[in-house]
Ligand binder design. Structure first.
Ligand SMILES: Cc1cc2nc3c(=O)[nH]c(=O)nc-3n(C[C@H](O)[C@H](O)[C@H](O)COP(=O)(O)OP(=O)(O)OC[C@H]3O[C@@H](n4cnc5c(N)ncnc54)[C@H](O)[C@@H]3O)c2cc1C
Length: 424
């Protein structure tokens, strides 16, 4: 049987493994963490949001970013210390402004396909992931921002998304717990929310039932070609300093798929490709809703506040996830109080009766490519594939990109190895 090694057990790696197992491949997933979905796929904003498909490559984003550099609590923060990685990413980001329209429409289409695929996986495998299909509501505090949103809405509709404008009264009817004053909004009834970590863990369990092998605590260090395939080498992760690390181990595969989130750039360089993923940091808080009063005061409908760049998801009765901010600060995962506090303050402002005494803070790194589209498909060398770089929409897009990469693999490697006829 053709053996495929998947590097990374986040949402992209696990959906890829599932799509390959469904097609009859022998699949091994390797991850440096002890469990699946422990890095960026752990506590994100929760939105399955075709409505958030607009790419950020606009001159106005660049100008806004420059203005925000002066504010510590701004939604976007840039560490001014230059690095080649950051500068090259920024230069490519600006170049992609020319493709803003096409890339936005393409992202919507992908998101709509992905939603179907993800729901189908959850239904087939009976995965409970606190799915809520109550739609996503964008709100705007002033006319200027609402009008900008109207222009974006035309592109989202071009991509096939059903989404319509709502008045302040309709906003209150859609989500009665909102306490602010709004000029207007846009509502997407078909968008949804859910817990990415629960889903990924549930799907990983389904993969294991189908025979996928997971090697966890495996810090992959080398991928080398030879003998018609690839040798993947790793060391046991998580040793305390001073412990003798276990001997390196390796396995042989016919092909590899890189789904390593922010580490994908490093693996691509190892394999002769350039996949310029930058780690764009974000934060979330999970507000534990422990009383019936707090539960009644928290929103059921998912919210996106475009000006603050904050999203919410209600995860079951007892949790409200609030996420946002984008920070360009390299591979830094520190949870900064001055970045978490704006999320708490925003929650108090919009939902004053929600208790914020039990709040769990988290930070994660979005694996983002300069054109904001994921890298899906084959690399330069035969047998090398990518499904990575999903940026702020990995949860939203992974259902579709897993199918795409599995299709690309199937085009080059049949699930069953065919034996060449012996020469006479
Ligand atoms: C604050 C925040 C809010 C977000 N909100 C949303 C949202 O509402 N909707 C949405 O669609 N998306 C959202 N996202 C984006 C989404 O969470 C990501 O795009 C997605 O989780 C990325 O998945 P991944 O599989 O590419 O990466 P990861 O989940 O990071 O998985 C990569 C895996 O590779 C493994 N790995 C890396 N290096 C090695 C190595 N050397 N050896 C072995 N294993 C390795 C890691 O351990 C990890 O498990 C948000 C992100 C953030 C940070």
């Amino acid at each position: 049987m053709t053996h495929i090694a998947v590097i990374g057990a986040g949402i992209t790696g696990v959906t890829t493994a599932y799509a390959l197992a469904q097609r009859g491949y022998r699949v091994t997933v390797l991850d440096r963490q002890r469990y699946a979905a422990m890095e960026t796929s752990f506590a994100n904003g929760g939105q399955l949001s075709a409505c958030n498909a607009e790419v950020w490559n606009k001159l106005s984003t660049v100008m806004q970013g420059l203005r925000w550099m002066m504010r510590r609590d701004a939604p976007l923060l840039m560490n001014p210390k230059p690095s080649w990685h950051k500068l090259s990413w920024m230069a490519e980001f600006v170049r992609e402004i020319a493709h803003y329209r096409a890339n936005t429409v393409e992202t919507v289409r992908l998101a709509l396909k992905a939603r179907e695929a993800l729901f189908a996986m959850a239904a087939a495998e009976g995965i409970d992931f606190d799915l809520k299909t109550r739609g996503i509501l964008h709100f705007y505090r002033d006319r200027a921002n609402f009008e900008k949103a109207t222009a974006v809405n035309a592109l989202l509709r071009e991509g096939g998304l059903e989404r319509y404008a709502v008045t302040p009264e309709e906003i209150r009817a859609i989500e009665p717990t909102l306490a602010g004053t709004y000029h207007g909004g846009y509502f997407t009834p078909s968008d949804a929310t859910g817990d990415i970590h629960k889903f990924t863990r549930g799907l990983a369990a389904a993969c294991a039932r189908k025979g996928v092998r997971f090697i966890q605590d495996a810090d992959v260090a080398t991928i080398t070609s030879g003998e018609g395939g690839y040798a993947v080498g790793w060391r046991q992760a998580g040793h305390l300093t001073g412990h003798a690390a276990e001997a390196p181990q390796s396995l042989q595969a016919d092909a590899v798929v890189i789904c390593a989130g922010c580490a994908s750039r490093h693996f691509a360089a190892m394999l002769g490709d350039r996949v310029n993923v930058y780690p764009v940091k974000g934060y979330s808080i999970t507000v534990n809703l422990l009383t019936p009063e707090a539960q009644a005061a928290a929103p059921e409908v998912s919210i996106l506040d475009e000006a603050a760049k904050i999203v919410t998801s209600r995860l079951g009765d007892e949790r409200l996830r609030v996420a946002g901010t984008a920070e360009f600060n390299g591979f830094n995962r520190d949870i900064r109080h001055d970045r978490i506090q704006p999320l708490v303050d925003w929650t108090r402002e919009q939902f004053p009766r929600v208790d914020t005494d039990r709040v769990v803070a988290w930070s994660g790194l979005r694996p983002m490519l300069p054109n904001m589209l994921p890298k899906v498909g084959r690399g330069r060398r035969p047998g090398v594939f990518y499904n990575t770089g999903h940026g702020h929409l990995g949860w939203t897009l992974s259902g579709a990109t897993a199918e795409l990469v599995a299709g690309a693999i199937a085009a080059e490697h049949a699930p069953e190895r065919t034996l060449l006829p012996l020469a006479a």
